[in-house]
Ligand binder design. Structure first.
Ligand code: GDG
Length: 730
């Protein structure tokens, strides 16, 4: 199997395979995504997806035929059995995720079989991608059917650059949290380097779910996860603008437009085009149209609604019920208001050829786009593009992603049928000049951010995100660097080992006071082995108060530096800085206390030379707001230049500026004059040590993020494993 530098993955391939009269038929689907991908400069690419025919309907020879034929179109099939299609596609994707993500929580069904199939099929997709991707190639995964895929791929192709784009809304945390597999799906997505959404709101909802459910923190759309930075951003999908514009001059389209104009002579034409889906607000739209006819009888026989509903997910029961409901409503309205010569609604349950869709757009006086929820909605954009210099009015739901880019449309709340009827009334009476003015502004915008521009934009950002990951990994300690460190340690006759505690030797625990923060017996034993080696000087340099350090490391021959250097214990004797912090504490403690009572989950830690406000257990969004407020207030109140306010890992710390670990490390170095120095730490306070120690020192940052240290280890476990190994050497 050849390997490609760009793999595009979506549930369906842009080529549909079906069987007619016993023979396999291959048809290109004319979707915007397919056009966008074919316009990409990147030629070395393949598209992986399901070809639309169940694997159990194919003989082994036919599977080979499908693969060979698809290869000619640049596609590679993932074969799914009909049972898998049922449980994964109709089930988890469209009976669980789709309704929930569109805020129809009561239509979202949870079944174990669905979830099992979803995971299984995501793994099958991963097998296919793995077989055709370069080890460090780019992979672009599309949509809610494949949310586990980035995570699975990250495990198998650690160096690949993985992007994910969600075509539907990402719901608010309040809705998303209802999903039983909410954490698994987030972790699945976080395998990606870049996660794209149509609009900023969806990205914001996603970030909020990551903060609330996984305890991650985010900064300007970036998340730190598993030692990598994951970027999230908004990329509003566009349309193939020229395709719609050019279609208008085609003979067949012109003919259809004339036919439509002829058959609606003297009547205004309102159209709606969508897949028959409950998210599209079709019953609500019909009700609004009924109100228009009821409240404004002058429009009877003067207006017609042509409603195209494309068959979709017809195997799912909810969709069958919706179809019945729509058909009954259409008959009722036509029965109530229709006359011998006029039916108010022409309803078509079918997939029209592209040319006829464009003709409908072009001929329509009004397009009625009223989804209850819609990730973007391309129909609205296509209508605007197809008007060119002809008048027309777009009525567009506020609940679509498209509204952000099309504010010149008449925006409506789809649940408020009366106001939708009013909008139709407004549209039918709007002056031509006003219609053209609004359309031309929207057209200009759609012309500049087409689906091609969207795809290029996403891929450019994906490359940049991949580059950043590589950069971040540059400092990751390689096996040979690790060996060099071990060798240097072994051959040195005097060594100084300077270690931070929290986040370096011990993972963070929810509260600074927690009993769990103390070192395990295993850790103590390892430190003791290091300390009893005659060639070694062991020092713990921490922000913790001296009492805690003293208790935790009793019986170990270790130099202790507490409170970032305010207290030092060489040879068992504590000395402290001559800084007077008492009056500062007296002034600032009440301020912090005020925030603690207003912010559930936060607490104050009081040390001799610092005050700390901990917010690890505070609801993340609130924590950010409060942390910013506190910092602002403290900076205003503190009059002395000698006192600083520092933001650490889920803490705000107030301490004298001249107390920092850098001074402490320099002092250790001067006191012990060692041939070999190892220094490890995890946060910004440790960066001062990395800066102030001599260049020959082996400095290690534990965890992700930029650093001055020479090397990085991914986790506390990697750090303690290294120390464990050193502790057994002579
Ligand atoms: C999902 C998200 C997001 C419709 N009827 C016919 C026909 N169409 C074409 C339209 C348009 C497409 O289907 C529908 O796209 P939408 O964006 O309106 O809606 P979804 O199918 O729900 O798409 C949506 C989109 O993904 C892209 O990210 O915008 O929010 O739900 O292109 O022209 N095409 C033909 N005959 C029809 O009868 N040939």
């Amino acid at each position: 199997m050849p390997r490609y530098n760009l793999v595009i993955v979506s549930n369906r391939l842009p080529i549909n395979v079906s069987r007619k009269n016993g023979k396999l038929i291959f048809e290109e689907s004319a979707g915007g995504l397919a056009r966008a991908m074919s316009s990409l400069e990147q030629q070395d690419r393949i598209w992986v997806g399901w070809p639309g025919i169940a694997a159990d309907d194919l003989t082994e020879e036919e599977k080979v035929e499908v693969e060979t034929e698809l290869a000619a179109f640049g596609c590679y099939p993932v074969h799914l059995a009909s049972e898998q299609v049922e449980q994964f596609y109709e089930g988890y994707s469209n009976d669980t995720l789709w309704p929930l993500f569109h805020y129809f929580q009561s239509l979202s069904h949870h079944r174990d079989e669905y979830w099992a199939a979803y995971q299984e099929v995501n793994r099958l997709f991963a097998d296919a991608v793995e077989s055709c991707s370069e080890q460090s190639g780019s992979i672009w995964v599309h949509d809610y059917h494949l949310m586990m895929l980035p995570g699975i791929l990250r495990e198998r192709l650690a160096r690949a650059t993985i992007g994910f784009f969600l075509h539907i809304p990402f719901p608010s945390f309040e809705i998303y949290r209802l999903l039983p597999q909410r954490k698994e799906l987030l972790r699945g997505l976080l395998g990606a380097d870049l996660i794209g959404f149509h609009i900023y709101d969806y990205a914001r909802h996603f970030l909020s779910s990551c903060l609330r459910l996984l305890g991650l923190s985010s900064y300007q759309g970036l998340l730190e996860y598993d030692g990598r930075t994951v970027k999230t951003d908004a990329y509003p999908i566009g349309i193939d603008y020229d395709k719609f514009r050019n279609a208008l001059s085609e003979g067949s389209v012109k003919k259809s437009i004339s036919a439509l104009n002829e058959s609606h002579k003297g009547q205004k034409l309102i159209i709606s085009v969508d897949r028959l889906d409950y998210s599209k607000g079709i019953p609500e739209r019909l009700e609004a149209f009924r109100i228009l006819l009821a409240d404004y009888p002058q429009f009877r026989e003067k207006v017609r609604l042509v409603m195209v509903a494309v068959p979709s997910r017809t195997e799912v029961e909810t969709y069958q019920n919706l179809r019945d409901q729509i058909e009954q409503t259409v008959s009722r309205i036509n029965g109530e208001y229709g006359t011998v010569d006029w039916a108010p609604i022409s309803y078509q349950f079918q997939n029209l050829p592209f040319e006829e869709v464009v003709a409908l757009y072009a001929a329509a006086d009004v397009a009625l786009v009223t989804p209850i929820r819609d990730g973007m909605n391309l129909v609205a954009k296509e209508y605007v593009a197809s008007k060119q210099n002809k008048p027309g009015v777009l009525i567009l739901s506020e609940m679509t992603g498209a509204i952000d880019e099309l504010p010149e449309a008449l925006s409506i709340n789809p649940s408020d049928a009366k106001s939708v009827a009013e909008a139709m009334h407004h549209a039918l009476r709007m002056s031509k000049r006003e219609q053209l003015r609004r359309l031309s502004v929207m057209q200009r915008r759609l012309k500049s951010y087409t689906v091609q521009a969207w795809a290029n934009d996403f891929l450019q950002d994906l490359e940049a995100a991949g580059g950043k990951r590589e950069q971040q990994h540059k400092k990751r300690m390689t096996a040979s660097e690790r060996q060099a460190l071990v060798d240097a340690y072994r051959s040195a006759s005097s060594r100084l080992i300077i270690l931070d505690y929290d986040g370096t030797l011990k993972d963070f625990v929810p509260s600074p006071r927690a009993l769990m923060a103390q070192p395990s017996l295993k850790l103590r034993r390892m430190l003791k082995r290091l300390a009893t080696n005659d060639a070694n000087q062991l020092a713990i340099v921490s922000g913790r108060p001296r009492k805690a350090l003293e208790r935790w490391f009793r019986g170990i021959d270790v130099t202790l530096i507490a409170e970032h250097g305010a207290w030092t214990r060489y040879d068992g004797k504590w000395t402290h800085t001559d800084n007077d912090f008492k009056h500062v504490k007296k002034q600032l403690k009440p301020i912090l206390a005020k925030y603690v009572s207003r912010t559930a989950g936060s607490e104050i830690e009081e040390k001799d030379y610092s005050l700390v406000w901990h917010y690890r257990n505070v609801v993340p969004e609130l924590a950010y707001v409060r942390a910013a407020e506190i910092k602002r207030e403290l900076v205003e109140v503190i009059s002395s230049d000698e006192i600083g306010v520092f933001s650490g890992d889920k803490v705000i710390e107030i301490k004298p500026n001249d107390i920092n670990k850098g001074y402490a490390a320099s002092e250790l170095e001067a006191v012990y004059q060692s041939e070999f120095i190892l220094c490890a730490g995890d946060d910004y306070t440790d960066e001062d040590m990395f800066r102030d120690l001599p260049a020959e020192a082996y400095t290690i940052k534990v965890g992700p993020g930029d650093t001055r240290a020479h090397a990085q280890l991914a986790s506390v476990t990697e750090m303690t494993t290294l120390l464990e190994e050193l502790s057994y050497l002579e």
